[in-house]
Design a protein around this ligand. Structure first.
Ligand code: SDX
Length: 378
C-alpha cells in the first residue's frame, strides 16, 4: 500500500509504543503515563529508568536491586580505557562515546536478543557504564587519569565525582539527577528511531545504542545544547541579543535551542530546566549566559511566536552544566547518559513483536541508461 512521501517522516507514526507521550499543543510530557513534572519532584533517574524499561514504578526491593545492579556494573574494562587513550584528544567526545559503546559489546558476547535475562544485564551494563565512559573521555582528553566510580555515591553524584575527582555539592547532584530524568525519553525522536531501525535487524543492544549516539550528536537534535552555549557566548551580553536575532533570522538562520517537531508551546522540560537554573544560580551565584538566554527568549518571541517556535529542552540545559564547570563538548554526551534509558526501553518494547524497518522510496532517477566506455565520456 503506497503512502504519500513525507520528508523527515513528519507526522508519520513509525511505531506503537506505551513508553512516553507528548501533547505538543498543551506542552505535556508523560513517561508511562506519569507527568514528567511529578517524576522530577518525586523520583530519581534510576527509578525513572526502571519505570521506562519495565512499565511500572518498582516496589522498594526491586528498586534497590536495580540500583545495586547498576552500581556494581559501573566499572569498564581496562581495554576500553586503552581504546579511549588511542583516540585524538581533539576529537568530539560523542565520537569517543560511540566508539567505546560499540566496543563495549565485544566484551559481552552471547548477545542473543531473545534471551530476556541477558537483555536485562545488557540494559544494566549500558546504563551503568555510559557515564563512566563519558567521564573517562572527559578527563583523558585533557591528559588526566580517569577516576573510578565511587560505589557509595548515587548515580548523578558518582558521575560528577568521576568528572571532577571530588564529591559534588548535594544540590548539584540533585539538579543533575533531575536533568537526567528530563532527558531520559521523548517518544519517536531521531536518535530513538535510529536505534529502533538498528534493533529491527536483531542487532545487539550495544550496537543499537551506538546507532542512537550517532543520531543524537547532530546539531538539530542532541548537539543543540552545545550550540546554544556557543551562541550565547558569541552574543556576549543581553544588549546584543536583538541585533543577533535580527541578523540570524533575516538570513533564514536557526536559533539553536528553539523549535520542535512536536511542541507548539514552550517545551515543558525547558520550563523545569529554567527553574533549576534559578535554583542553582541563587545558591552558587549568577550566570551571565543565563541573563543572555532570558533576554534571547524574550526577543525571539517577537519573531517566532507566530510560528509557534519556543525554547526546547536544549535551550537551558547547557547553562546548568556550564555553571558546574562542565566542558561544552560534554553536554551532548550527558544527554546520551540519560537517553540510554529511553533507547533501551524502546529496544525492549520493540523486541516483543519485531518487524524489520525497511520503508519505501520515491525513485527520482532515470531508467535504461547505457554504460559509456571511459574514453567516450564527456
Ligand atoms: C531535541 O524530537 C525530539 O523529541 C527531540 C528532542 C528529544 O528529547 O529527543 O526533543 C531533543 O532534539 C530538541 C531540538 C533541538 N534542536 C534545536 O534546537 C535546533 C534548532 N531547531 C530546529 O532546527 C528545528 O526547530 C527542529 C529541527 C528542532 C524541528 O524542525 P522541523 O520540525 O523539521 O521544522 P522546520 O525545520 O521544517 O522549520 C519549520 C519552520 C521553518 O520556517 P519556514 O521555512 O517555514 O519559514 O520553522 C522555522 C524554519 O525556518 N524554524 C526555525 C527554528 N526551527 C524551525 N526558525 C528559527 N529558529 C529555529 N530554531
Amino acid at each position: 500500500m503506497a503512502h504519500d512521501f513525507m520528508p523527515g517522516l513528519a507526522g508519520v507514526p513509525a511505531a506503537k509504543s506505551a513508553i512516553s507521550d507528548v501533547d505538543g499543543q498543551r506542552g505535556v510530557l508523560e513517561y508511562r503515563g506519569i507527568r514528567v513534572e511529578d517524576l522530577c519532584a518525586n523520583s530519581s533517574f534510576l527509578e525513572t529508568s526502571y519505570l521506562l524499561l519495565f512499565g511500572h514504578l518498582p516496589v522498594e526491593q526491586d528498586l534497590s536491586r536495580f540500583v545495586d545492579d547498576v552500581t556494581h556494573h559501573r566499572r569498564i574494562k581496562f581495554k576500553i580505557i586503552d581504546l579511549i587513550k588511542c583516540l585524538p584528544e581533539t576529537g568530539h567526545p560523542m565520537d569517543a562515546l560511540q566508539a567505546a559503546v560499540a566496543a563495549l559489546g565485544m566484551f559481552y558476547p552471547g548477545r542473543n536478543v531473545e534471551d530476556l535475562d541477558n537483555n536485562y544485564w545488557s540494559a544494566v551494563r549500558l546504563i551503568a557504564k555510559v557515564p563512566t565512559i563519558v567521564a573517562a573521555v572527559a578527563r583523558m582528553r585533557h591528559g588526566d587519569d580517569h577516576v573510578p566510580p565511587r560505589d557509595h555515591l548515587g548515580f548523578a553524584a558518582n558521575f560528577l565525582a568521576m568528572l571532577f575527582d571530588q564529591e559534588p555539592p548535594k544540590v548539584w547532584a540533585h539538579i543533575l539527577d533531575v536533568c537526567l530524568i528530563l532527558h531520559a525519553e521523548h517518544t519517536m525522536n531521531a536518535s530513538t528511531f535510529a536505534g529502533l531501525v538498528t534493533a529491527s535487524t536483531l542487532a545487539d543492544p550495544y550496537t543499537v545504542v551506538a546507532s542512537s549516539i550517532g543520531a543524537l550528536k547532530g546539531p538539530l537534535h542532541g548537539g543543540a545544547n552545545e550550540e546554544v552555549v556557543q551562541m550565547l557566548r558569541e552574543i556576549g551580553r543581553p544588549s546584543r541579543v536583538r541585533a543577533y536575532v535580527d541578523e540570524k533570522l533575516k538570513n533564514k538562520g536557526k536559533l539553536m535551542g528553539f523549535g520542535h517537531r512536536v511542541y507548539k508551546v514552550k517545551d515543558p522540560r525547558a520550563v523545569i530546566l529554567q527553574r533549576l537554573c534559578e535554583q542553582l544560580f541563587a545558591e552558587f551565584g549568577p550566570s551571565p549566559l543565563y541573563e543572555i538566554a532570558v533576554e534571547l527568549e524574550k526577543v525571539a518571541a517577537d519573531y517566532l511566536d507566530a510560528k509557534q517556535i519556543y525554547p526546547n529542552v536544549d535551550f537551558y540545559s547547557g547553562i546548568i552544566y556550564d555553571k558546574m564547570g562542565i566542558d561544552m563538548e560534554l553536554f551532548t554526551p550527558i544527554f546520551a547518559v540519560a537517553r540510554v534509558a529511553g533507547w533501551l526501553a524502546h529496544w525492549l518494547e520493540q523486541l516483543r513483536e519485531n518487524r524489520l524497518f525497511r520503508p519505501e522510496q520515491i525513485y527520482a532517477g532515470e531508467h535504461n541508461r547505457p554504460y559509456v566506455p571511459i574514453d567516450q565520456r564527456r
